[in-house]
Design a protein around this ligand. Structure first.
Ligand SMILES: [Zn+2]
Ligand SMILES: [Zn+2]
Length: 586
């Protein structure tokens, strides 16, 4: 059964799907022992999963393509035939995957088989193009082959999934290939390597990125930026350990609800420790460490903290998805009557941060509990209703556009997430905000109200950079590595026309560093053209070129990485220029 039959039947999809049958027949002609699984249309073409001892790869694509073109040229006809279950089982007696699909069909299902020509048929609901002459204008190109488990389960055999790009016309294919190339260019793993941002090593461990000098500088700037902003908003920064006693996570509920995503416990002396997957439990214990009056609230504890989660090795993506990451986290302890103003304050902080980073393509998502799967969450219906409605109301009042997503809540409460799409097309969460009545209950947190009575505070979890690492990945992909001046690990590179200019360069370098700019110098004996190219490749925003003429006049020739020659000026004039760029965050 081709999965595509359930998809919307646009003309393009019907052609893609028909092409999948053509490819299957071509493969059968070339490799008669092939066992076929499924062959749906997808966003940019189609694929077919096959079981064949021989590996299919680039070397085989040409022959398969030639065979496909032959079938198309022969104008072979697609013919629909209704068959009984017994007939179907007989027709596919040498195709074990098709047999499994047939056996799984409901008893009352009409089974159809489509013939392509006289000597090939496939199990399918259709529809298809009437004959292959309708595929003559179809533009396709083999993409790649990857492993795919039969029915997506690791328990089953790994099949070969042959991906093909396919569009109704050449223009569609061309645009798709252009976007694929651009995505490759933007891939943060490539840029991260080229610009010396981070490295990975199997010896260190899969999914454990190490930040190189340029990368660490970039992280430090982002982390300083957000901490300074938080300080101006009354947040208090703290530091807590990266591991915790298992009992801490039993108290918080993570041990019951989140254990599968955590690294296993380390048993030592009479304690069991785990690497922390998040910082909330530590912060709860910290709040509880002292007495709080209603007058002290809200208390906003913040930490730029390392967390560890166990991700399958197959799902790791550079610094976008790793096993160790850093959160720009905060827990706000407040009275129920302060929820609205606190949440609004957080949304404002998000919006002003995105503005500084020039991010515009974000989407607010209200992440709700799945009411059909209540056992996944804790707390009662009443509290869930109150908190879901509260967040919805605040988003409405704030006039923020948002959409709702059922089943995306945290196990302890609903969330507001801010989603962006990465260059590789992944939907990722930049920021998050979660309302929580449960952890204060679990940790028995209290404050004393105006009547000297004990009350439970509400906790708001929030991370503007939910993962600093993912933020860096996103930034690299958005800017193709050409970071704005305020974020560039190296803002200025100095270079002399000849080695004679090196001591003058050295003195300018020191002056600029003393002013707080991040500067380096190219002292190599390469030609100036080569030095400029190297700085361009490193995406350094400003290049200061100095020859004998500039040195004698006490000037510098300024080049910008995208604007080119900016003319000759004094160092003070250059400082004014770069300060403006930094202030405007461009
Ligand atoms: Zn079909
Ligand atoms: Zn938290």
């Amino acid at each position: 059964m081709c999965e595509v039959c359930n998809e919307k039947e646009s003309k393009e999809n019907m052609m893609r799907h028909s092409m999948a049958h053509v490819m299957a027949k071509a493969i059968r002609n070339l490799y008669p022992n092939t066992k076929f699984a499924i062959g749906p249309a997808i966003d940019n073409g189609f694929y077919y999963d096959i079981d064949l001892d021989q590996n299919i790869g680039e070397a085989e694509f040409e022959a398969i393509s030639k065979e496909m073109n032959k079938i198309i040229a022969e104008d072979q006809v697609f013919t629909r035939k209704v068959v009984s279950r017994d007939e179907a089982l007989k027709l596919f007696s040498d195709q074990p995957y098709k047999l499994e699909l047939i056996r799984d069909l409901p008893d009352d299902e009409t089974i159809t088989v489509y013939y392509l020509g006289d000597d090939w048929y496939d199990l399918c609901r259709g529809p298809h193009v009437p004959s292959t002459k309708y595929l003559r204008g179809f533009a396709y190109q083999f993409n790649r082959v990857s492993g795919a488990y039969w029915r997506g389960s690791e328990k089953n055999k790994m099949l070969q999934r042959i991906y093909v790009y396919g569009f109704t016309d050449k223009a569609g294919l061309k645009e798709c290939l252009r976007l694929v190339e651009e995505a490759k260019e933007r891939d943060h793993r490539k840029i991260g390597k080229d610009l010396g941002i981070f490295m990975l090593s199997d010896l260190v461990g899969k999914g454990l990125p190490m930040w190189l000098p340029n990368g660490f500088t970039l992280r430090r700037i982002i982390s300083d930026y957000i901490m300074n902003k938080e300080i101006s908003l009354g947040y208090l920064h703290v530091m807590t350990p990266s591991i915790g006693n298992v009992d801490l996570y039993k108290t918080s509920g993570h041990w019951d609800h989140y254990k599968d995503d955590m690294f296993p416990a380390m048993q030592l002396e009479n304690e069991a420790f785990v690497l922390r997957p998040m910082n909330c439990p530590h912060h709860m214990v910290m709040y509880k460490n002292s007495l709080h009056s209603y007058r002290d609230l809200p208390i906003r504890i913040a930490e730029v903290a390392n967390d560890f989660r166990f991700e399958d090795s197959g799902t790791l993506i550079g610094i976008e998805r790793a096993r160790c990451f850093t959160q720009n986290d905060s827990h706000i302890f407040c009275r129920p009557d302060q929820i609205e103003s606190e949440v609004q304050g957080i949304i404002d902080l998000m919006l002003s941060t995105y503005k500084d980073f020039h991010w515009e393509k974000y989407r607010f998502r209200l992440s709700l509990r799945d009411p059909n799967n209540k056992e996944k969450y804790f707390g009662n219906d009443h509290l869930w209703e109150i908190s879901e409605n509260a967040l919805r109301q605040i988003l409405k009042n704030r006039g923020v556009k948002y959409y709702e997503a059922i089943g995306e809540a945290a196990f302890y409460g609903p969330k507001i997430d801010v989603q962006v799409e990465s260059a590789l097309g992944h939907d990722i969460t930049l920021s998050t905000l979660q309302l929580d009545y449960q952890l204060p209950e679990k940790f028995e947190l209290e404050y004393i109200d105006e009547n000297s009575e004990k009350q439970r505070p509400v906790v708001i979890h929030r991370a503007i950079f939910g993962s600093l690492d993912r933020t860096v990945a996103f930034l690299l992909e958005e800017t193709k590595g050409a970071l704005p001046v305020w974020l560039s690990p190296v803002q200025v590179r100095l270079m002399g026309i000849t080695e004679n200019n090196n001591s003058y360069i050295q003195s300018i370098c020191e002056k600029l560093r003393a002013h707080g700019y991040r500067v380096d110098a190219d002292m190599s004996n390469e030609k100036i053209g080569k030095k400029i190219r190297s700085a361009q490749l490193s995406k350094i925003p400003y290049m200061l070129v100095v020859g004998d003429k500039e040195e004698e006049a006490g000037l510098v020739a300024v080049r910008h990485r995208s604007e080119g020659d900016k003319g000759t000026m004094t160092l003070d004039e250059f400082i004014k220029l770069i300060d403006t760029a930094i202030a405007e965050k461009i």
